[in-house]
Design a protein around this ligand. Structure first.
Ligand code: CTP
Ligand code: C5P
Length: 340
C-alpha cells in the first residue's frame, strides 16, 4: 500500500558556485528519481584544494542551493569524494550526478566508491550553460574593459576566447553562446498554479541577471508580503537600455529558468513592461508592487516606472539587507582573473 512504500532519499553533491539553471535542472532530475532530495555542498577550503577558489563563499552557496525549489535538505561541508559512509549517514539510497567526469586533485573519479557499490545514477547535463561558460561571458565583455568607480580594469581577451562558445546561439550583448530554450523546459520548471481568489498577489520586476543571493533574499521578503509572487522580467533590449555595457549576461529565456527555479516564485512574466501600467495591475490582479532598495532608472520618457502603483498606495520598498549585485559578480570575476 501507499503507507508502507519506502521513502526514497536521493543524494546529490557539488560546488554550486555561481548557481545557474543547469544546476537547478540537475536537482530537478535528481528529485524526480526519489522522494526526498538531500544536497551536499562543499566548503571553500575543499573546493580550493581540488579546483581553485570558488567565486562565492560557502555561506552564499549554501543559501543559493536552499533557495532551489526541488531541494529538501542541504548538508553543509559535504566531502569532495562521495563515500558510502556519507550516503548512510544521511540515510540516502543512492547518489545522482551529471554525465560528465568529476575528477579530484589526485586524478581519481570522485564517485568511484558509490559507483563500485551500485549506488550511483547519472542524469544528462544541461548543454549550453556552466560556471566556466558564465565566467567566459563576463570576461568577454566586448568593450574589453570594465569600470569600477574611478578605476578601469582591462581584461585580456586572448585565452578566454574559447570560453562560452559551446552552443550556436549568440547574444548580441556578450557575443557569447547561449542555451537553447524550449517550451518543454519551461513546463518542467514552472509551478503551473493559478492564484486562488482570496490570495494576496505580489508583483516585482527587474533584470534578475545572474540570479544571486541578493535576488534570493529580496524574493523571500517579497513573498512574505503575500501568498502568490509574480516576477516580471524585462526584455534583453530593455535591460541593455538601462544597464548599458554588455548587460544582460544571461538572455531572457535563461533568466526565466533561473527565476522559476526559485522556491518563492509562483509565476514569471516573460518580457514585462518597464513601466507598471493599469492593464498589468488589472490583468494579474496585483495587490502590491514591491521593489528592493536598489536605485530605479527612469523609463525612456524620463518617467518613474512605479508612478501608478505609488499613486494607488500599492507600492512598497523592501530592503533585502543584502548588497550583492550583478555588477559585483562581474567585478569579483575580473578581480579573480587579474590575480592569477
Ligand atoms: N550540472 C548539470 N548541468 C550543467 C552544470 C552542472 O547537470 N550544465 C550538474 C553536475 O553534473 C552536478 C551538479 O550539477 O551533478 C552540481 O555540479 P557542480 O559540482 O556544482 O558543478 P560542475 O559540474 O562543476 O558544473 P559547473 O561547471 O557549471 O560549475
Ligand atoms: O537589479 P535587478 O533588476 O536584477 O533587481 C531585481 C529586484 O531585486 C529589484 O527590486 C532590486 O531592488 C532587488 N534587489 C535587492 N537586493 C539586491 C539586489 C536586487 O533587493 N542585493
Amino acid at each position: 500500500t501507499e503507507e508502507n512504500k519506502k521513502v526514497v532519499r536521493v543524494w546529490c553533491d557539488g560546488c554550486f558556485d555561481i548557481v545557474h539553471f543547469g544546476h537547478a535542472n540537475a536537482l530537478r532530475q535528481a528529485k524526480a528519481l526519489g522522494d526526498i532530495l538531500v544536497v551536499g555542498v562543499h566548503t571553500d577550503k575543499e573546493i580550493s584544494k581540488h579546483k581553485g577558489p570558488p567565486v562565492f563563499n560557502e555561506q552564499e552557496r549554501y543559501k543559493m542551493v536552499r533557495g532551489i525549489k526541488w531541494v529538501d535538505e542541504v548538508v553543509e561541508a559535504a566531502p569532495y569524494v562521495t563515500t558510502i559512509e556519507t550516503l548512510d549517514k544521511y540515510n540516502c539510497d543512492f547518489c545522482v550526478h551529471g554525465d560528465d567526469m568529476s575528477i579530484g586533485a589526485d586524478g581519481v573519479d570522485t564517485y568511484h566508491l558509490v559507483k563500485a557499490c551500485g549506488r550511483y545514477k547519472e542524469i544528462p547535463r544541461t548543454a549550453g550553460v556552466s560556471t566556466t561558460d558564465l565566467v567566459g561571458r563576463m570576461l568577454l565583455m566586448t568593450r574589453g574593459h570594465f569600470s569600477r568607480g574611478d578605476k578601469e580594469y582591462y581584461v585580456e581577451k586572448e585565452g578566454s576566447s574559447s570560453m562560452g562558445l559551446d552552443a550556436q546561439a549568440r547574444s548580441p550583448y556578450t557575443g557569447c553562446s547561449q542555451f537553447l530554450p524550449t517550451t518543454q523546459k519551461i513546463i518542467q520548471f514552472s509551478e503551473g498554479k493559478e492564484p486562488k481568489p482570496y490570495e494576496k498577489i505580489i508583483y516585482v520586476d527587474g533584470a534578475f541577471d545572474l540570479f544571486h543571493v541578493g535576488h534570493l533574499d529580496f524574493l523571500e521578503k517579497a513573498r512574505n508580503e503575500g501568498d502568490f509572487l509574480i516576477v516580471g522580467l524585462h526584455t534583453d533590449l530593455e535591460v541593455n537600455r538601462y544597464k548599458g555595457s554588455n548587460f544582460p549576461i544571461m538572455n531572457l529565456h535563461e533568466r526565466v529558468l533561473s527565476v522559476l527555479a526559485c522556491k518563492y516564485v509562483s509565476e514569471v512574466v516573460i518580457g514585462a513592461p518597464y513601466t507598471i501600467t493599469a492593464d498589468l495591475l488589472k490583468h494579474f490582479r496585483v495587490d502590491l508592487v514591491v521593489h528592493g532598495s536598489t536605485s530605479v532608472s527612469a523609463d525612456k520618457n524620463g518617467a518613474d516606472p512605479y508612478a501608478l502603483p505609488k499613486s494607488l498606495g500599492k507600492f512598497k520598498v523592501l530592503s533585502s539587507n543584502n548588497n550583492m549585485t550583478t555588477e559585483k559578480i562581474v567585478e569579483r570575476i575580473i578581480r579573480n582573473r587579474l590575480e592569477y
